[in-house]
Each structure stands twice: as C-alpha cells, then as structure tokens.
Design a protein around this ligand. Sequence first.
Ligand code: ADP
Ligand code: MG
Length: 269
Amino acid sequence: MKNTKVIDQGVPARVLAVANQKGGVGKTTTTINLATAMAAVQKKVLIIDLDPQGNASTGLGLYSDARKINTYHLLMGEADLSDAISETNIPGLSVLPSGVDLSGAEIELVEVENRLYRLKTALTGSVSSFDYILIDCPPALGLLTLNALVAAHSVLVPLQCEFFALEGISHLVRTINRVRKAYNPSLDIQGIVLTMFDRRNNLSDSVALEVRDHFGDIVYDTVIPRNVRVSEAPSYGKPVLLYDTSCAGSQAYIHLASEVLRREQALAA
Ligand SMILES: Nc1ncnc2c1ncn2[C@@H]1O[C@H](COP(=O)(O)OP(=O)(O)O)[C@@H](O)[C@H]1O
Ligand SMILES: [Mg+2]
C-alpha cells in the first residue's frame, strides 16, 4: 500500500453513498465488490470507509498500521484527502480507511461547525482524480451517514432478502427525502440491490417480489445470491472478485456494476 497523490484533473467524481441503517445487509460487501468491478472496467474508484467498525478497510487488506490517518481526521479537518488515501492491490481502486477514532466522531461532530457538511467540504476540489467515490456508511442514520447523504449525488441501498426487509427502509427513504429538501436538492436513489438471495428459500422469492412491487424499476435486475465465497473473502483481505472470480457472488457483482454504470450513463446523457 502506498499513499496516492490526489491530482485535480477536471471532471468531478460521482459520489454514491451505500446506505441502510440496518447492520448486516451487505453494505460493505456491496461497496467493496461494486468498486472492484468498476475498477476492473478502468474506472478510477475511491472507497470511503465511514463505518467505525472498518470492515471495508479490513476487507481490502488495510490493517491498523495503514489506517493511522483515516476518515476521522478528514472529517475533523485534521488531514487532507491526499494524506489519508491509500492505494489497494487492485489497479484503479483507492481507499480512505476508517479507524478507531471514528467511533467518537458521532458525538464530536455535534460540537463542530457545519457538522453536516464536513465530508462534502473535505471532498470538494480534490475529487476529480476519481470517476466514482463509494461511501460505505455505518449501520445508523446518525451524523456520519448524514454527512454521506449530504456529500453524495446518489444513494445505493442494499436490501437483504429477509422478512423485515421493507421495515426500516421507509425510514431511510424519509431521511433521504429530508436531506434532499434541506441540504442536497439533487440527491436521489440510484437503486436498490437485493442481497443474500437464497433460491432454496421461498421467503427470498416473496421478499424480492414484494420489494419490486413496492419500488418498481428502482430495484436493480441483478440480485446478489447468498454465496459462501462472498463471506469468506474478507478474512483474506480481498474482494470476492479476486478471491474467486468465477463464483456466483462475483459474477453477480460484475452484473451489478454494469447496471450501475448504465444508470450513470443514462443520467449523463
Ligand atoms: N452475498 C452474500 N453471501 C454470503 N454472505 C454474505 C453476502 N453478502 C454479505 N455477506 C456476509 O454477511 C455479513 C454482513 O455483510 P456486510 O456487507 O458486512 O453488511 P453491512 O455492511 O450492511 O453490515 C458479512 O459477514 C458478509 O461477509
Ligand atoms: Mg458494513
């Protein structure tokens, strides 16, 4: 891992927040693997690990030594983006890691000026060395996630195929609407991705149908299957796309990336 210098090259990055206040729904897995699949098609991608648990950083092989300067320092104005970013082993993919300090940030941010704009401000001016910035949000709708929603152009919502999937998402949608009205007028939902789909389980099918019925086209066609290779990969500090390219989980994330990029191109056209 080496530090990478952020150079302004013109076109600003599109910022996508990967958010759902529920834990364990596949936010981190989606962030890592979507970013890797985008980097594989020559996009320059930055992952911002905004979760104090740091699973995205660990899942990309960044352990504590490589995380001394992290998202916390960026939010507190103690470091610039270029000081805090590391390159990963994946060409084109960089990461702004999380660190233990970030667990205090929810409380510390209450005291600071422009507390909802800290991330947006930190990204301004240096984001054009990336095509996409993916923010891995923590499992809460506190100040960290709000910073992501204020900084983002769009939100990508992973939704686990389980019984209470739709519960809670209305709260997330209300929060997104509130942020749009008050702080970020162009914020929208890029899409909803169904995760951990188990084809042996009828419940997965009925949840998928219900979510599509309720949200329509906003739900991506691609469904991420429950796949043991996906859950094994983080312990090797690798995206599943590198750990086992041919497994069903990797293939699903490649499809998801092309859908996400298609939606982005439609927006740009
Ligand atoms: N498609 C999948 N198949 C199997 N396990 C998965 C899949 N997606 C995520 N997991 C596992 O489920 C757990 C929660 O996923 P994670 O991405 O960390 O969720 P979140 O970031 O929303 O808390 C992790 O242990 C992860 O490895
Ligand atoms: Mg996570």
